[in-house]
Design a protein around this ligand. Structure first.
Ligand code: FAD
Ligand code: NAP
Length: 463
């Protein structure tokens, strides 16, 4: 265990102000390091602001803890500074004893099927960023004129998207959904969302509260055909012996849904399992999506005991005019750091940036989704960050951290990123958004363009 003052006189740059960046900041400040936290956006909090669904405001209150961290001595925030573009990784290495990358995984996995990019088919990453007011996506357009949508994937992101597509405009109105999305979703024609899982109901990756919430919406109801819940032998045995309680509870919930009458619901979320997309079909001049050709799967146990989806020869076409592909996020290569193309992560050994052959880059670390992959809830990143910050402390104690040769001065940041803002700048944006929200009974009205965010920051860092 490192001494609490092991970081004294040493400074760390953290790249990425999502949950991981804040947990790591707090841990390092506690060990006596000073911390500069960089984000390419003027706004902090990563996916807590641009991922977490707007109708889950309680989850977003985790940012109060991050605000406490930001008030601690030794902490500076540089928003609006894209590392790898405005400043290089090499420049950070020259100015800090250690650099910790916590940049998350902003891209999406691909299905790799014909027609995937037809108009009307979108990646979840884009749709989520759009309804949450991400400045890179404020002018994206989504065609919501179809009555049936298919969301591919059986994770919590797929559930968030299905819910957002069928929520009553009255349920969305008091949230911080971006204004452009509030309008578009209110005008949406979508009445049915099919949630498509490649494996069975026993293997769905939903967590229980999220699946339960589908049964509590005001105008929409979950629909499960009883036949969807028939288990093959391998899945039944797995559910009874090896599965997590979450899987068992999910299965029980799905059985409840299968028995439940539709009632007065005008909208539905239909859960279908053991089906994989083969092709997106289209028509018209632009080839807009009109349907999805799918194959039915069966479950097969692999040599390692894992239960995989294996295609059968039974196919089907699901008519639909909107497809959202929610099959996991993916990291993108970053600056001059070694990148594991297969896993979509910065290559690392337990949090130390490393080459393919295990050679470690001294003073370079990773944490969070870009270290271990895009899974886990917000709190999971706290432990992940602590494993990486413990390495920094251990290397500081062992005297193996490189000595910086330059100062990370305000002037340097300002020169490289003229629109950079500091924590005061973010607080000005935050206050502005909350004030706009008060006027309409919402937690905040998000500013969604870089220009508006800059203006609201009152030119922090250049004050
Ligand atoms: C749609 C969605 C909804 C979710 N909802 C929940 C939920 O309800 N509850 C829950 O517990 N978990 C939820 N999660 C999971 C949770 O959001 C993640 O576990 C967590 O955000 C990962 O944290 P991170 O800091 O590693 O990455 P991120 O949150 O992605 O943060 C990475 C940060 O790095 C910045 N960055 C990227 N590149 C650069 C660069 N070049 N220079 C500088 N900065 C850069 C980004 O702007 C971003 O701010 C959700 C995830 C998704 C995708
Ligand atoms: N409210 C919340 O707490 C909340 C909300 C949103 C997100 N999160 C968390 O954020 C993390 C990421 O969520 P996520 O939904 O993006 O990922 P996820 O939980 O990993 O789910 C991904 C889904 O995509 C499926 N999939 C992958 N490749 C596929 C393919 N080629 N074809 C068809 N299906 C495919 C997976 O099926 P297989 O299982 O067969 O691989 C799985 O059902 C998760 O840990 C999640 O819990 C939490």
């Amino acid at each position: 265990m490192a001494e609490t003052n092991v970081g004294e006189g040493r400074r760390v740059a953290i790249v990425g102000a999502g949950p991981t960046g804040f947990y790591a900041s707090d841990q390092l400040l506690g060990m006596g390091f000073s911390v500069d936290l960089y984000d390419r956006l003027p706004t902090p909090f990563g996916l807590v602001r641009f991922g977490v669904a707007p109708d889950h405001p309680k989850i977003k209150s985790v940012t109060r803890m991050y605000e406490k961290t930001a008030r601690k001595d030794g902490f500076r925030f540089f928003g609006g500074v894209a590392v790898g573009e405005d400043i290089t990784c090499a420049e950070l290495r020259e100015r800090y004893h250690a650099v910790l990358y916590a940049t998350g995984t902003s891209s999406d996995n691909r299905l790799g099927i014909p027609g995937e990019d037809r108009p009307g088919s979108y990646a979840a990453t884009r749709f989520v960023a759009w309804y949450n007011g991400h400045p890179d996506h404020h002018d994206d357009a989504f065609d919501l004129s179809a009555t049936r949508a298919v969301v591919v994937g059986n994770g919590n992101v797929a559930i968030d998207i299905a819910r957002m597509l069928v929520l009553d405009p009255d349920e969305l109105a008091p949230t911080d959904t971006a204004d452009h999305a509030l309008q578009a979703l209110a005008a949406s024609q979508v009445e049915e969302v099919i949630l498509l899982g490649r494996r069975g109901p026993a293997q769905a990756a939903f967590t229980n509260p999220e699946l339960r919430e589908l049964g509590e919406l005001s105008r929409a109801a979950p629909v499960v055909e009883p036949g969807e819940l028939e288990l093959d032998e391998a899945s039944r045995a797995w559910l009874e012996t090896e599965a997590e309680p979450t899987n068992r509870r999910n299965y029980e919930l799905l059985k409840e849904y299968a028995e439940r009458p539709l009632g007065h619901a005008t909208h539905r979320i239909t859960l279908r399992f053991l089906r994989s997309p083969l092709e997106l079909l289209g028509e018209g001049e632009d080839g807009h999506v009109t349907g999805m050709r799918i194959v039915h799967n069966r479950i097969e146990a692999g040599a390692d005991g894992s239960l995989r989806a294996v295609p059968t020869d039974r196919e089907e076409v699901i008519p639909c005019g909107l497809v959202i592909r929610s099959i996991g996020y993916r990291g993108v290569p970053f600056g001059d750091l070694p990148f594991d193309e297969r896993r979509g992560l910065i290559r690392n050994v337990g949090g130390r940036v490393s080459e393919d052959d295990g050679t470690v880059h001294p003073g370079q670390y990773v944490a969070g989704w870009i270290k271990r992959g895009p899974s886990g809830v917000i709190g999971t990143n706290k432990k992940c960050a602590s494993e990486s910050t413990a390495l920094i402390a251990a290397d500081a104690e062992a005297g193996t951290l490189p000595e910086p040769t330059l100062e990370p001065s305000f002037e340097w940041v300002r020169e490289r990123a003229p629109h950079a803002i500091d924590w005061e700048g973010w607080l000005a944006i935050d206050e502005h958004e909350k004030r706009l929200g008060e006027e309409s009974g919402r937690p905040r009205v998000k500013l969604v363009t870089a220009d508006d965010l800059r203006a609201a920051s009152r030119g922090a860092l250049t004050r």
